[in-house]
Design a binder for this molecule. Sequence first.
Ligand code: KG4
Ligand code: ZN
Length: 340
Amino acid sequence: MSEDNKDITILAIESSCDETSAAVLRNTRVLSNYIAGQKVHEKYGGVVPELASRAHMQNILPVVDAAIKDAGISKSDLDAIAYTRGPGLMGALLVGVSFAKSMAQALDIPLIEVNHMRAHVLAHFLDNNAENYVPPTCPFLCLTISGGHTQIVYVKSPLDMEVIGSTIDDAAGEAFDKSAKLLGLPYPGGPMIDKLAKEGNSGAYNFPKPKVDDYDYSFSGFKTSVLRFVEKNPEAVKNNLPDICASIQSTLVDYLLEKFFEAAKDMGINQLAIAGGVSANSEVRAKLAKAGEKNNWKVFIPKFEFCTDNAAMIGASAYFQYQERDFGSLDANAIARLKL
Ligand code: KG4
Ligand code: ZN
């Protein structure tokens, strides 16, 4: 609720990459969350920015319409419109920015500019994560692992976050996707590796863990080691994908979590959360839950639909920004490389 105890109803729009999504939130409760994926990229083995922008143009109106209808509200109930300002693909972001601005102006309500990476973290404040859900209390530590980013974030408050470690090259999701591509798997490869790994033996093959100082990560060397493996072992790639996927996945997951756990121990933090598309990975989820039990940490694992890109998380950030009257301007532009 807002300072004056009024319920806040927000329409949130997400269009930073290849998902067009719209959600309606009442405070931190999700009333609707529509996500339209874009199949068009599959045959290219990755997101084609120009095609993403065009698909957003086609999707945005029906997706927003469906979100409003599904929430059981009318446009006049809305208190604000939130949109992803960045980071993301410029053309894709512009579709959401233009749409949100026009709608906010037509309804004469405030506009809220949301940082996509902060929103991934703030998905942990959505009531719908579980029945009788209790969100983390600040400060906590969040490992945000997505297709474009890998960050260990120190969350001092919902609106005050600091990146204490990040990748110096590829993102964790890219490491999954590029490995999958080298193995001949379709895009996006992360979920495919996860699926195949379930039937494989993670000790079958050895992939080296990258070495980087502090709480930073690197994945470009890992991709090269998968490339070398594929070149040297064509028979295994043909006949034994489950073992290869299980070995790749466990190396990546252990690497991601080891640094995260080290940071938590060094900082004396006992609440650990994961966010972003790769947090949908079953091994990440299971290993974090297990470490939580062992170390007496409280762990926060988002509901699947709030891991990968979605507008509900944009609404969560907008809810906190609304409390501070952090409203956007009609002059604001998208920022492709917006920092956290
Ligand atoms: O957060 P997200 O939806 O989009 C970005 O902001 O980048 O993350 C997408 C990434 C992709 O790299 C995808 O392969 C990965 O999340 N991903 C997974 C799984 N589900 C999605 N990676 C590993 N295992 C999964 N189950
Ligand atoms: Zn994302």
